[in-house]
Design a protein around this ligand. Structure first.
Ligand code: AFP
Length: 323
């Protein structure tokens, strides 16, 4: 069965891409396969629970946040094509000291960490940029998402899957029992219409008026202005919510809310917004901050910048924008 399937290694080898980028992608894929093993080991390998540390986002880190951050950081810094890395879990960027380094990797090593201890899906998200220098500083990382040369996520769910774009469509690979990434989802596309939305409704009272109006319309179902019934899903791991949208359509919304007016949103532009936006756009969907402004055009000003997110099926994002 697996003999007929394209291996990720062969897909990477056949890409019309510089050798350096191919080696970065190979390292990301190999490390995600290793992370999958640790995630699957759970309590048996001492991977559950809190680490007792607080990260730069002021969030309590889980043990797996720390373990996976370390795994990705070490593996990528050892790749000669890498000039530097940045992680959601680290205060500052880390230059690689590789004289031939020409790529930057920015990652959320374990997205959805509140799911770890309840055995629900989590994932890894990676954005790859070109570096202007082999000795990058933070300013070199602050490029718009349009500059990404690759975006990848791995989702550790009932199956472990890796979903990848290098700017020429989106492909999904499933990890086999013998540790091979095999092509199972060629040319992933997001249907323009949907009847499914994902939003954390517990925040409703804090949203801006247009978001309230959109949700009101959706919840009225066939009797309301939208004229159709909707279903809701919320995995609490963006990686798993976006994966569902890539598989069967839908919209994922994490809007600005008025609790902390100076914070533009919950999700991070560089580690979550940009890589997911590139994958969604490459699959034919829309990825915006507010229904209109493309996430990929947001000029970052800070490494750990947050943004509001509205992405998924194109026509439904338009409906969100005009609510
Ligand atoms: P953690 O990785 O810190 O758990 O955060 C996950 C996340 O940033 C994103 O993946 C989810 O969509 C979102 O938070 C879930 O947030 P809620 O707490 O509102 O469910």
């Amino acid at each position: 069965m697996s003999a007929d399937r394209l291996r990720l290694d062969d897909h990477i080898a056949a890409l019309e891409a510089p050798q350096g980028l191919k080696s970065v992608l190979t390292v990301i894929a190999a490390t995600c396969a290793q992370i999958s093993d640790v995630v699957a080991g759970g309590a048996l390998v001492g991977a559950l629970g809190a680490s007792g540390q607080i990260n730069v986002q002021d969030e309590e880190q889980k043990k797996l946040d720390v373990i996976t951050d370390d795994m990705l950081t070490q593996a990528l810094l050892a790749c000669p094509a890498i000039a530097g890395v940045a992680s959601e879990e680290k205060d500052q960027v880390e230059p690689a000291s590789n004289p031939a380094g020409e790529y930057l990797a920015l990652f959320d090593p374990l997205d959805g960490s509140s799911n770890i201890d309840i055995n629900a899906p989590v994932g890894t998200i990676v954005s790859v940029l070109k570096s202007a220098t082999p000795t990058p500083v933070e300013a070199d990382f602050l490029q718009t998402g349009r500059h990404q040369v690759a975006a990848v996520y791995a989702v550790y769910g009932p199956q472990t899957m890796l979903v990848l774009t290098t700017g020429d469509g989106v492909k999904g690979f499933t990890l086999s029992n013998d540790g091979q990434w095999l092509l199972t989802h060629d040319d992933i596309t997001i249907s323009p219409d949907t009847k499914e939305f994902a939003i954390n409704v517990s925040n409703q009272r804090h949203w801006a008026e247009p978001v309230q109006r959109y949700l009101d319309g959706v919840l009225q179902g066939a009797e309301g202005p939208r004229g159709k019934n909707f279903n809701m899903r919320w995995v609490a791991a963006m990686v798993a919510d976006v994966h569902r949208i890539l598989m069967r359509g839908g919209v994922f919304l994490y809007p600005w809310d008025k609790r902390e007016p100076n914070k533009p949103g919950k999700l991070r532009l560089m580690y979550e917004g940009n890589p997911m936006a590139l994958l969604v756009e490459q699959a034919g969907g829309k990825a915006t901050t507010d229904g209109v402004q493309p996430i990929l055009d947001v000029q970052p000003t800070q490494l750990h910048q947050r943004i509001p997110v509205a992405l998924g099926s194109a026509n439904e994002i338009d409906a969100f924008a005009s609510a």
